[in-house]
Design a protein around this ligand. Structure first.
Ligand SMILES: [Zn+2]
Length: 433
């Protein structure tokens, strides 16, 4: 979805009446206005909110340069503390680094004001109509083909992230955006980080929505890997099949109990990453046998192949859990791959002699994501300066920069919308302490 590719005419921006006064976005150079926009604007859609994540508010808006609908995300309270500031900088760096059809990427970012007035950041991304959570809870029927093509795209996007060295750490249905053509994109990188190769370094356990949280995090492991995302994918695969959350518990301890009800009591080897409190909790309970055959009861789509793949993802020990690349090699995904590359992808093309398939169905990255830019950022002001420079430099290209239209009525409610910053999020104490 190009935001700046259309021909630009010299029509005075302010001379065009109508929707412009209502649009949140405007072009920063008033004499530039796309000639094609007037026609597109006949079926003008008002700007409206579409989602509220933990770290931002998202609106569906029109790009004034080409009349296309895009998503505008406001990142508020960026400079409250060093943690939130660095997290936003990391998310933006990632959004501009991504280049994959199953991962949401940034299309543009609004010009920042002078650094003394720099408080909020507005980023433009592709607009998607729905997400997997809304689809799962809707009455819309989900065929076996739907499940396969969704799961294929989740794994295809996640393989790209893991090859880039990025752990998403909040894979859940609400963070998997879907458009009307069933194209799926992984979004929300507010909790993402690069892998930690040093296993002696502690990583935060305040990650991943509880229902999708891997057992190693529930048992208090101080270090974890990309396998945490694969656990979440297993939970989502089961949810797509059964149309209900697989492990839906009230607390982290009962979450762990539900998992061991299905997988059985883990062996001592499988508990090697657990803290002592979690180990004694598990060993105090009566021994549970595994009952993976219950997965056949999820739905009529739970075939042998589906249950085989699912049971390789839902493995207690992260070292024995299937990786993304291995999952993509499973025969269950062959049909999803074929469907995706026959009529949904952008990597294969139709030619007079038939469909020309790509040589690499699940591409990796050319270069891993490098978080070395964070070195030397030790204060909020240093982070603010670095962010300001990063955004300003993105505007040194040839496209017409975007800015907020302060005349827009919708902007007033957008500007006043805000969400809890991290410092206000409820703490998630370790139950084993
Ligand atoms: Zn393709």
């Amino acid at each position: 979805m190009a935001v700046c590719g259309s021909r630009i005419s010299q029509m005075a921006f302010h001379a065009t009446p109508g929707p412009h006064e209502r649009s949140i976005l405007s072009a920063a150079q008033p004499f530039y206005h796309s000639s094609s926009t007037a026609a597109v604007r006949r079926d003008f859609e008002p700007d409206r909110p579409i989602g509220y994540g933990a770290f931002g508010v998202v609106w569906s808006v029109t790009d004034p340069r080409d009349g296309k609908r895009v998503a505008l995300k406001k990142m508020p309270n960026v400079f409250q503390n060093l943690i939130s500031c660095k997290r936003v900088y990391r998310e933006l760096k990632m959004l501009f680094y991504f280049n994959h059809d199953n991962v949401l990427k940034a299309l543009d970012i609004l010009q920042p004001p002078h650094i003394d007035f720099f408080e909020e950041i507005y980023v433009v991304t592709q607009l998607m109509q729905s997400d997997l959570h809304k689809i799962i809870v809707s009455p819309q029927p989900l065929s076996s083909d739907h499940v396969k093509v969704f799961l294929y795209q989740i794994l295809r996007g996640l393989k790209y992230l893991h090859m880039a060295g990025i752990l998403h750490r909040d894979i859940k249905p609400g963070n998997l955006l879907v458009n009307s053509n069933c194209i799926l994109k992984i979004c929300d990188f507010g909790l993402a980080r690069v892998e930690e190769p040093d296993t002696t370094k502690d990583m935060t356990q305040e990650v991943i929505t509880q229902y999708y949280r891997a057992p190693e995090i529930l048992v208090g492991s101080k270090h974890y890997t990309s396998a945490v995302d694969m656990w979440s994918v297993g939970c989502i695969f089961a949810e797509l099949l059964g149309r209900r959350i697989l492990f839906q518990a009230q607390s982290p301890v009962s979450q762990l109990n539900l998992i061991t009800d299905l997988l059985g009591t883990p062996s001592s080897e499988d508990l090697k990453y657990a803290c002592n409190g979690a180990k004694s909790h598990i060993l105090r309970m009566p021994h549970k046998p595994p009952c993976l055959s219950a997965l056949y009861n999820l739905s009529s789509h739970a075939t042998h192949e589906a249950v085989h793949l699912l049971s390789r993802m839902l493995v207690f020990n992260p070292d024995k859990r299937m990786s993304c690349t291995d999952a993509l090699a499973h025969p269950y995904l062959d049909e999803g791959r074929l469907r995706y590359h026959t009529c949904m992808c952008s990597c294969c093309v139709n030619t007079p002699s038939g469909r020309q398939y790509t040589s690499n169905f699940e591409p990796s990255v050319e270069e891993r994501f490098d978080d070395g830019y964070e070195d030397g950022i030790n204060t909020v002001y240093q982070c603010k300066e670095a962010l300001h420079k990063f955004i300003t430099e993105r505007h040194q290209g040839s496209s017409v920069p975007l800015c907020i239209n302060p005349q827009s009525a919708a902007f007033k409610s957008f500007a006043s919308s805000s969400v809890a910053s991290t410092s206000e999020l409820p703490p998630s104490p370790q139950p084993w302490d």
